[in-house]
Design a protein around this ligand. Structure first.
Ligand SMILES: [Zn+2]
Ligand SMILES: [Zn+2]
Length: 64
């Protein structure tokens, strides 16, 4: 027996990472925080792109 899920159609899904949110406003906020326009974080050595500047920092230490 399956229970009916409440307002399943109101679930919004982030197109970029697939994260499911039940609130359109939360999704907007999520996109701003998680997928800000600062995706320019790129390693000059190997060209790997990072979402998080901290990840790039960690990577740079290894990538020389
Ligand atoms: Zn996302
Ligand atoms: Zn690199």
């Amino acid at each position: 027996m399956k229970l009916f899920t409440k307002s399943e159609d109101s679930v919004t899904k982030c197109k970029k990472c697939g994260l499911e949110l039940h609130d359109a406003e939360r999704l907007k906020r999520h996109e701003k925080i998680a997928h800000a326009r600062r995706i320019d974080v790129k390693c000059r050595n190997c060209g790997t792109e990072f979402r998080d500047p901290d990840d790039l920092r960690k990577h740079k230490k290894k990538c020389r």
